[in-house]
Design a binder for this molecule. Structure first.
Ligand code: ADP
Ligand code: ASP
Ligand code: MG
Length: 435
């Protein structure tokens, strides 16, 4: 079996939904994972904010989104019978949204609101398959996708449930399910964070031991730099799991940060493809490692740098352990770290507990905090071995104030920390010197 995931743009209009159905309608047995139609999750986020603040504009916002879906139905379905069925499905989802009006709105309600986009796109696509005479089964992700109390996927449960569902339909070739949404340890609706449909696809691929996990999106594969900030970036044909995981974790938006790991653990190739250009080769991510050298650059924003300066204690053994324990006790991962004789600098992106972390760190030294930083991550196979890679990076960043550098942590990564205002310049300069 294979898994094929289609992102928001790929199902962003009735035309696109029809192309997707065309693409998946062959003899190969597959699970198709769909995102919400592009723009929908953003509107649902806005609707949640309006619910939280008790703002009356929420009804107008819900109406606007519902009208958009009314147009989708008119264009997607050919017959009055199916337009009617489509309207019924959409009404159910919007009745649910409106049911939050006037009641206390909390995080549980918010997650139910955010789930409606994927529920809409999948039920409409499934209904369109039915109208077109294509046999497909809708697998509700809320029946098998689950995270535990640490927000980690419950792999055993996912595998057991999904395999049981698949067994009940031995003849069926096409299964459709929602990306992004899941249940949590309390059985409530939750999600795998923004962009999480990639992660859903990878978790499903691992659970069914798929031959391949295909991520279909609006670009012809993984590019060597962020195309939103740099012109003339190029698609990379092959990446290793380690390289792709690093790039995704450090901000390459084309993949959810955690989406490479399940595929890597199960050694299932990930193929990135362009829905608008299905013949283009795309990018294969696999365990294969190719020639040495720098392959790609990514950037992760909203980073906070923390410097702890302590003349007395730093070189004393046990100091770093105490510092790390502070972050551990607030379940806050550290991304980058550098040390000198009198100070240690590190970065985090989750600032939920920043005040308390800073307060505890002050027991060990003077603490300085810089917000709005960006990590720029330069990735390639064995860049440590290619003698001039670090020289080229520094040359490229001649005019960019660099706050931290991390080199040697792994064989395939150089990370730089800079103020976010220098990000675009740094990415462009690096592209110019490295590619
Ligand atoms: P989808 O909705 O299909 O999940 P996303 O918008 O999440 O699509 O991801 C695709 C987008 O990621 C591209 O349109 C591109 O702008 C952006 N992107 C950022 N970095 C990269 C990169 N290194 N390679 C390709 N695309 C990238
Ligand atoms: N619809 C969700 C989002 O917009 C999940 C996804 O598209 O991957 O973040
Ligand atoms: Mg995405």
């Amino acid at each position: 079996m294979i898994v094929m995931k289609f992102g928001g743009t790929s199902v962003g209009s009735p035309e696109r939904i029809k192309s997707v159905v065309n693409l998946v309608n062959d003899d190969k047995r597959k699970i198709v994972v769909l995102s919400a139609m592009s723009g929908t999750t953003n509107v649902l986020v806005k609707i949640s904010e309006l619910f939280y603040s008790g703002n009356k504009d929420v009804t107008a916002e819900i109406d606007r989104l519902e009208n958009k879906y009314a147009t989708v139905i008119n264009e997607l379905f050919g017959t009055e019978e199916y337009k009617h069925k489509g309207r019924k499905l959409v009404k159910e989802r919007f009745d649910l949204l409106r049911s939050f009006y006037g009641v206390a709105f909390d995080a549980v309600a918010e997650r139910a609101v955010l789930a409606q986009g994927e529920l809409l796109s999948t039920t409409l696509t499934h209904l369109y398959c039915e109208e077109s005479g294509i046999n497909s089964v809708l697998l509700p992700a809320l029946n098998f996708m689950r995270i535990d109390k640490n927000a980690e996927p419950d792999n055993y449960y996912i595998k057991e449930q999904i395999c049981r569902e698949l067994k009940s339909y031995p003849e069926v070739k096409l299964f459709i399910t929602q990306g992004f949404i899941c249940r949590d340890a309390n059985g409530e609706i939750n999600n795998l964070k923004r962009g999480g449909s990639d992660y859903s696809a990878s978790l499903i691929g691992k659970a069914i031991n798929a031959e391949e996990i295909q991520i279909w999106t609006d670009i012809d594969g993984f590019h060597n730099n962020d195309p939103r900030f740099v012109e003339n970036t190029k698609a990379i044909r092959e990446l290793s799991f380690d390289e792709a995981a690093e790039l995704a974790y450090f901000g390459a938006k084309i993949l959810h940060p955690a989406s490479v790991w399940p595929a890597q653990e199960a050694n299932i190739p990930l193929l990135l493809k362009n829905t608008m250009e299905p013949q283009a080769p795309g990018t294969v991510i696999s365990s294969k490692t190719e020639e040495e050298g720098i392959k790609a650059i990514a950037a992760k924003d909203d980073i906070t740098a923390i410097k702890i300066k302590s003349g007395r204690m730093l070189m004393a053994y046990g100091f770093l352990r105490k510092v790390f324990e502070v972050f551990e006790s607030y379940q806050t991962p550290i991304d980058m770290i550098t040390t000198s004789e009198i100070a240690v600098s590190l970065t985090i992106d989750n600032i939920t507990h920043l005040d308390r972390i800073a307060q505890e760190l002050r027991l060990y030294g003077n603490v300085e905090i810089d917000r709005n930083m960006t990590i720029i991550c330069i990735v390639g196979n064995n860049i440590m071995n290619s003698k001039d890679s670090i020289a080229k990076v520094f040359k490229a960043l001649d005019n960019v104030p660099v706050r931290m550098v991390s080199y040697g942590g792994s064989r395939h990564n150089i990370s730089i920390l800079t103020d976010s205002e220098h990000k675009a310049d740094a990415l462009n300069q690096l592209s110019k010197y490295l590619f």
